[in-house]
Design a protein around this ligand. Structure first.
Ligand SMILES: NC(=O)C1=CN([C@@H]2O[C@H](COP(=O)(O)OP(=O)(O)OC[C@H]3O[C@@H](n4cnc5c(N)ncnc54)[C@H](O)[C@@H]3O)[C@@H](O)[C@H]2O)[C@@H](O)CC1
Ligand SMILES: Nc1ncnc2c1ncn2[C@@H]1O[C@H](COP(=O)(O)OP(=O)(O)O)[C@@H](O)[C@H]1O
Ligand SMILES: [K+]
Length: 480
């Protein structure tokens, strides 16, 4: 599991730890880890041309101390001081004592650099890069050097992943003590590149429950349901799928395709497109009547391609089993009926649907996904999976961490892939996973399946994503 903590918690943990250590010890640990990571990236330190972008805070301090270490190992290191009067004094003295030089012309040194360290701002940064830093950050990006962000790419919001202006784009980020939420959530995540965590001893001082977390293969492996000797199709769970309409018959097929690969023992399709479903999937059970007459299921998926069938949404929401609501279902749902449910509800909007549910602009939701997913989940008393470039999942209990899916790929931005996801997540609900786990495992498997399909050929179709789900399960169970 990757875990991320908000800035206030990082600072509290740092204060506790610093009180037990000699002055400067923590920064020395950070700088040692940073210099080691840079040496790995460079391969050979001796003779390498390194440029430090140094801001006015401790982030610049870490960078100067690391620059001193690299200079002592024979690198030619120049520091670009963005606020010369406020550069970290001890760091600058150590840097110069080690043979590092302050650059007169930032653009001249950047044009010949092998490695650039971005120490403009870390967790103390607010707003995008200040205007003076913008051309320097752009020149770093355009220089052909490997760009390494120190703690965070400068200009991103550490706590939310928002980018409110211009931010530096790094190839890699070396972060200290713990991940920050912005390293797991777009658009900031995209600016960070590959993230490496340096242990500075903060762990025991951080709250045990993080603010944001990302599942990794072993976490998903533990959560996925496995049939046992005692299993039969009913004990494995039956998932009901109320999706598709004469106008959108494909949604019925794709949702069932996802549901069949989600671990439930049987999929019961309910709606007008049973013939199309059975033609593709003879293993599906079909029922043409309303959901209340369909027989017992352990979870429902309602909404993909449903058109305007409000009755179906109402009937499913009135049931006493977990319900996933997607697509048209989100438009047709009665918020009071959702809030009144005693069994869990999982809503799976994309940014446009989330914006409609919240009464906000789509762009606002996309820029501030963490805030949007938390607010939706609180308003509806439901688990919410907000789809997009970073899919986020929030449980209604605000004490639980928000899960940020690390597996998505932009190839998933293709019609119908959301239908596959909702079938898959509904199937995991029917198999007995709690909504937060069902949703986050589904997003992870969906992304992994899309990556596998994209490795064979691109562009991928939603049906190919569904087809690759079995291979994704196998990958997770048998890591190499
Ligand atoms: N506190 C500690 O013990 C440790 C801190 N560490 C480092 O210290 C950093 C935090 O240091 P600080 O709290 O000094 O904060 P930062 O160095 O992240 O940034 C604060 C400084 O940047 C300026 N600033 C804020 N927003 C800006 C913007 N958009 N553009 C340009 N300048 C801006 C502020 O005026 C302030 O001077 C961490 O990210 C990490 O790199 C590490 O050394 C580990 C230990
Ligand atoms: N830029 C992107 N990067 C990664 N995943 C994306 C991106 N855009 C969309 N997706 C994913 O693609 C799927 C699309 O679902 P959705 O918007 O419901 O489409 P549809 O209704 O056509 O099925 C979701 O799983 C979403 O997270
Ligand atoms: K930085």
């Amino acid at each position: 599991m990757r875990t991320a903590h908000r800035v206030e918690k990082v600072r509290a943990a740092e204060a506790e730890l610093m009180a037990r250590l000699p002055d400067g010890a923590l920064m020395a640990r950070a700088a040692a880890g940073l210099a080691a990571a840079c040496a790995d990236l460079l391969g050979r330190v001796y003779g390498a041309r390194v440029v430090l972008l140094v801001g006015s805070g401790d982030n610049g301090g870490d960078t100067l101390w690391a620059g001193a270490r690299l200079a002592r190992r024979g690198a030619a290191v120049h520091a670009v001081l963005l606020a010369p009067d406020r550069a970290h004094a001890a760091g600058l003295a150590a840097f110069q004592a080690a043979g590092g030089r302050v650059a007169d012309d930032p653009f001249a040194v950047l044009s010949g650099a092998d490695l650039v360290l971005d120490g403009i701002t870390g967790i103390g940064g607010t707003g995008g890069l200040r205007p003076a830093a913008v051309p320097v950050a752009r020149a770093a990006r355009g220089s052909g050097a490997v760009v390494v962000a120190v703690d965070l790419p400068s200009g991103v919001e550490a706590d939310s992943g928002e980018v409110r202006g211009e931010a530096l784009r790094a190839d890699a980020t070396v972060t200290f003590g713990t991940d920050k939420p912005g390293l797991l959530i777009d658009p900031a995540r995209e600016h960070a590149g590959t993230v490496r965590l340096v242990d500075i001893g903060l762990g025991p001082h951080l709250p045990s429950v993080p603010d944001v977390e990302s599942l990794q293969h072993p976490d998903v492996a533990v959560l996925l349901p496995e049939p046992s000797g005692e299993s039969d199709k009913y004990r494995r769970g039956v998932v009901g799928v109320a999706a598709g309409s004469a106008r959108y018959p494909g949604a019925a097929v794709l949702t069932v395709a996802g549901a069949l690969r989600g671990g439930a023992g049987a999929v019961r399709y309910v709606g007008p497109e049973g013939a199309a479903v059975v033609a593709r999937f003879p293993e599906a059970l079909v029922h043409a009547g309303p959901p209340v007459k369909a027989g017992r299921v352990q979870a429902w998926v309602v909404g993909p391609g449903l058109g305007d069938d409000e009755d179906t949404v109402g009937q499913v929401l009135a049931s006493d089993v977990p319900v996933l609501v997607d697509a048209d279902g989100l438009r047709l749902l009665d918020p009071d009926a959702v809030r009144a449910r005693t069994a869990p509800t999982l809503l799976t909007p994309h940014a446009g649907e989330a914006a409609a549910l919240l009464g906000r602009d789509r762009a606002e939701v996309e820029a501030g996904r963490l805030d949007a997913v938390r607010e939706l989940s609180a308003r509806y008393g439901a688990t919410v999976l907000l789809k997009g470039s970073t899919t986020l999942i929030a449980a209604p209990d605000p004490r639980l961490p928000v899960r940020a899916d690390p597996m998505g790929t932009p190839w998933l931005a293709t019609a119908g892939s959301g239908d596959v996801l909702s079938g898959l997540a509904g199937s995991l609900l029917a198999a007995g996973l709690p909504p937060l786990d069902a949703a986050s495992c589904a997003a992870y498997l969906h992304g992994l399946a899309a990556r596998r399909a994209a490795a064979v050929s691109t562009p991928i179709t939603s049906y190919e994503v569904a087809d690759a789900l079995g291979a994704a399960w196998r990958d997770i169970r048998t890591p190499d």
